[in-house]
Design a binder for this molecule. Structure first.
Ligand SMILES: [Zn+2]
Length: 575
């Protein structure tokens, strides 16, 4: 959001700069050129304008613009500007939402002649809180109405309904894929009849897709499930539907933020053989496996123990969850000290807290590390809850002096051995709905190719972030023993390692971990299937929401320490 505001500002500045070239504009207008030539010239002119706002020069311009604005507005303060930009963006977003909402859902009155019925699902087995629905239809509209709420009416269109048909003729029963294309639907398709059933509304169409309506032996009937009607009437939100979205899954599992004192109360060491056992069937899930998945969601970390000392164990563990994310390090990788290491992890030095592969887009979510050997002194694994710190800082990220944490793009790069990856990320990332991600990986930062940026204003708040995640109370330390495997969420939990003794290498001692990754989409696809009951077991009564998380952290014992540190940078902060 911040960067958007800044881009818009730069764009506006660019066009005002173009206006500041009166000579060029006058030349075009004074010569009375034929229309085609004047078009070419004006195109060239706009090309020139584009060039003046190319990204390379934008950084310098931002400085100039800021100076110009400051000179023209004596009361100017950067923070004010930021607040104004934020408000404008919020208003613009609201406007878009209103437009698109009114386009989808005009509040039409139900015409007098419309056929209608009221349906109440009174079956004792129904788990639904649905209540009564009034349904009416004409040739062109399906009206659904919640008699219990004001304004609770939605108008659904036959073409959109028809497009979602999931009957065995419209979706292949084994692949679930559509057997027709949306463009086959006649735009004048209409409703013939609507009938309530326990599962939903049975609908037949007028002017259906010809190859469906021409079937004379069997009429095409569609089922519009009650869930779609509940969603249309906003009796359910999309978050009540388990989509493979992290937010929907965390809503069920809850999230426990931790430090070194809290994690030991929750962390589990699940037996490898129990974890690997397959689910007998969906009604008889393997709790050991699903406990590990639940822990990865709510804590971001779980251990397995008694893992066989076999180089392929890591592949067995990760592929039990989902397909692996292969990277340029290979399908799996070995973490052991070696000469001319291609990664700082493959040395015996201290490795500060970081996330892996931030130069990939997106970086992998789940990382698994299986300990094959650890006979050397030292080399303890370190873990810290980066999201906890990110969320604690987020409410202050709009303050002028802390904003660089959420605005400054840190470059991440790997450019060696014939590979070249690059991405840039802010320490705290979010959107209009709030905090989304934390990104921190000092050893893997890239270079500022053109060092025109001034990172001084970023360094101070970044120091606070670094102090918070590295604080001895924040870091959970665990010495991995052979047979241990740790799985953690690389997008939430930062990891590192203490230095270890290299001298015993000649005596046969080794520290050897084998690792593999799983991408977010593959992990979430699996986690969306956490069996009911197992998901909610540790959550408590209330579904998790980001808003609750922010509130919980604000009331936590950590909050005071965070504010105290921030006040050293920005004394105006109130608790
Ligand atoms: Zn169908």
């Amino acid at each position: 959001m911040f960067s958007l505001a800044r881009t818009a500002q730069a764009r506006a500045a660019g066009s005002s700069r173009a206006k500041a070239h009166p000579l060029l504009i006058r030349t075009v207008h004074s010569q009375n050129l034929p229309p085609s030539l004047s078009k070419i010239l004006s195109e060239r002119h706009s090309k020139y304008r584009q060039q003046t706002t190319s990204p390379e020069t934008q950084a310098e311009k931002n400085n100039d613009d800021a100076a110009a604005v400051a000179a023209s507005q004596p009361s100017y303060r950067p923070q004010q500007r930021r607040i104004l930009a934020k408000q404008a963006a919020a208003q613009a977003q609201q406007a878009t939402q209103q437009t698109s909402a009114s386009r989808s859902w005009p509040k039409l009155e139900i015409p007098r002649g419309a056929r209608r019925f009221t349906f109440t699902d009174a079956s004792p087995t129904s788990s639904s809180v649905r209540g009564t629905v009034t349904v009416a239809w004409t040739d062109q509209f399906l009206f659904v109405e919640d008699p219990a709420t004001q304004d609770g009416r939605r108008t659904l269109k036959p073409a959109t309904i028809r497009d979602s048909c999931s009957c065995p003729r419209c979706r292949d029963p084994s692949s679930g894929q559509k057997t027709f294309s949306s463009v086959e639907i006649p735009v004048d398709i209409g409703l013939e009849h609507v009938k309530p059933t326990k599962k939903g509304l049975e609908i037949t169409f007028l002017r259906d897709i010809p190859r469906f309506s021409d079937h004379d032996d069997k009429k095409h009937i569609m089922l519009l499930p009650w869930e779609s009607i509940d969603l249309s009437l906003k009796r359910k939100t999309m978050e009540d539907v388990t989509l493979p979205r992290q937010r929907s899954i965390l809503r069920r599992t809850g999230v426990t933020y931790w430090d070194r004192h809290i994690l030991p109360q929750h962390i589990r060491h699940i037996d490898y053989a129990a974890f690997m056992r397959p689910d007998n069937n969906p009604n008889d899930p393997n709790p050991a496996f699903w406990d590990a998945i639940v822990d990865l969601c709510r804590l971001g970390i779980v251990f397995l123990r008694n893992v066989p000392r076999d180089p392929s164990s890591i592949e067995h563990i990760t592929s039990r969850i989902a397909n692996l994310k292969e990277t340029f390090y290979g399908r799996t990788f070995d973490v052991r000290a070696k000469p001319d290491a291609e990664n700082v992890a493959y040395t015996n030095g201290f490795l500060g807290l970081h996330q892996d592969l931030l130069y990939l887009d997106p970086p992998p979510m789940i990382q698994a590390l299986h300990c094959m050997e650890s006979s050397r002194a030292g080399g303890e694994s370190l873990f810290s809850d980066g999201e906890r710190v990110g969320r604690l800082l987020w409410p202050y990220a709009s303050r002028h002096r802390l904003a660089p944490l959420a605005e400054h793009h840190v470059p991440y790069q790997y450019a060696k051995h014939g590979f070249h990856y690059f991405s840039s990320r802010r320490v705290l990332e979010g959107n209009a709905a709030g905090f989304t991600n934390v990104f921190w990986s000092p050893p893997f930062q890239g270079r500022y190719m053109s060092p025109v940026k001034d990172i001084r204003s970023w360094i101070k708040p970044a120091q606070v972030f670094s102090e918070l995640i590295n604080h001895p109370d924040a870091v959970y330390e665990h010495k991995m023993e052979p047979g241990d495997c740790v799985l953690f969420d690389n997008l939430r939990v930062l990891h590192g390692r203490n230095a270890f003794d290299n001298a015993s290498a000649s005596a046969g001692g080794e520290r050897w971990l084998r690792g593999a990754y799983i991408a977010a989409e593959d992990f979430l696809s699996r986690a969306a299937h956490i069996p009911k009951g197992l998901a909610e077991k540790y959550r408590g009564e209330v579904p998790w929401t980001p808003g609750l998380a922010q509130q919980e952290l604000r009331e936590s014992a950590w909050h005071g320490d965070v504010v105290r540190r921030l006040k050293e940078i920005d004394p105006g902060i109130d608790e």
